[in-house]
Design a protein around this ligand. Structure first.
Ligand code: GZL
Length: 329
């Protein structure tokens, strides 16, 4: 008899604990299920541009705007983006948004998302997949056009056809669309101008630290150059520090002319001070576009396969404090 009572008592305790566990588990997932659940895999936080891009996405995909956002920072590693996407699939999100670190290697994980019935939206850099049905839409910049803006400025500044022009090329993360297209525009221009030469192509990985390191090491070779073509502002900031240390002047009155991409506020300030000659804008504010895309998908509307953001450029002569103060990033 005593044994039966004890067993019954243990069984009831087990039931109560299971019930609580069940209750606590359901409470963990107890969010407003009218929200659209979005898993966003971001490249990292390597640059001022990236921080502005993240801020734009987080503010647009807010709960007040009808979303539950799951955010993952891949810290510049593609395998972390694979992990994040598979995690989002397991959590059965409604949409996956990816800012890809590089163009290739997405087929299998995109196929897993498609098989799970989860649309993928790509932002910023592009993906290179055989089957374009693997993603719903892409929002980003025309990086080739950005490069064309820069080389057109160079052709205007250094118009004498036979004037030698020695270029130091500071490249972003290898294989990123921004790097591939900004580099292609420069390389095509150099092939058109016999007197133009690329003295070196340095890999700065879009970060200030790496930009400083590779330019510092290059300057030790004593190779002279006339123009620094730097594929993002943070690498430019690092290069400026290396040029300062080497006692090489730059900017409007300087020996070296500087071209920089992104046009974040700090770079525009340097442009106003005459330290950067040309800032080519790369618009990071993709959040509202992604919000509109998802809302269209939710309404069953057809969405464009790709949409480009508007961009411009600024020079020492055209930038002003008023323009800088009016910008969002
Ligand atoms: C461009 C973006 C690039 C920026 C860099 O859209 O992919 O990556 O130019 C960022 O600042 O790191």
């Amino acid at each position: 008899m005593r044994k039966t009572v004890l067993l019954l008592l243990l069984f009831s305790i087990a039931l109560v604990l299971a019930g609580c566990a069940g209750f606590s588990a359901s409470r963990e997932n107890d969010y407003d299920d009218s929200l659209v659940v979005v898993g966003f895999s971001q490249v990292g936080s390597e640059s001022d541009w990236r921080l502005a891009n993240t801020a734009s996405m987080v503010s647009a995909l807010s709960e007040a705007n009808g979303y539950r956002l799951l955010f993952d920072n891949a810290r510049q590693k593609q395998e972390n983006q694979y992990l994040a996407i598979r995690n989002f699939i397991q959590q059965d999100v409604n949409y996956i948004v990816l800012a890809p670190i590089s163009e290739t290697g997405w087929e299998s994980v995109f196929r897993e998302a498609k098989e799970a019935g989860i649309p993928v939206i790509v932002v910023d850099r592009q993906v290179n997949v055989e089957d374009e049905s693997l993603y719903q839409s892409w929002v980003g910049s025309d990086f080739y056009q950005e490069g064309r803006m820069a080389v057109t400025w160079m052709e205007e500044q250094f118009s004498e056809e036979d004037t030698p022009l020695r270029i130091l090329h500071l490249q972003g993360t290898e294989g990123a669309t921004a790097q591939l297209m900004r580099s292609r525009a420069l390389e095509e221009a150099v092939s058109r101008h016999e007197a133009w030469t690329i003295e070196a192509a340095l890999k700065g990985e879009f970060t200030e630290a790496k930009g400083y390191e590779v330019v510092r090491d290059f300057l030790k070779t004593g190779t002279a150059f006339d123009v620094l073509y730097s594929e993002n502002d943070n690498m430019t900031f690092g290069a400026m520090r290396a040029l300062d240390e080497a006692g090489i002047s730059y900017g409007r009155e300087g020996k070296v002319k500087i071209i920089s991409f992104d046009a974040v506020r700090k770079a525009l300030q340097f442009c106003l001070e005459g330290k950067i000659n040309l800032c080519v804008e790369c618009n990071p504010l993709h959040g509202p576009r992604v919000d509109r895309l998802i809302k269209s998908c939710e309404a069953g509307e057809t969405v464009p396969k790709s949409s480009y953001v508007e961009e411009t450029f600024f020079t020492c002569e055209t930038i002003s404090q008023q323009v800088i103060d009016s910008r969002e990033y």
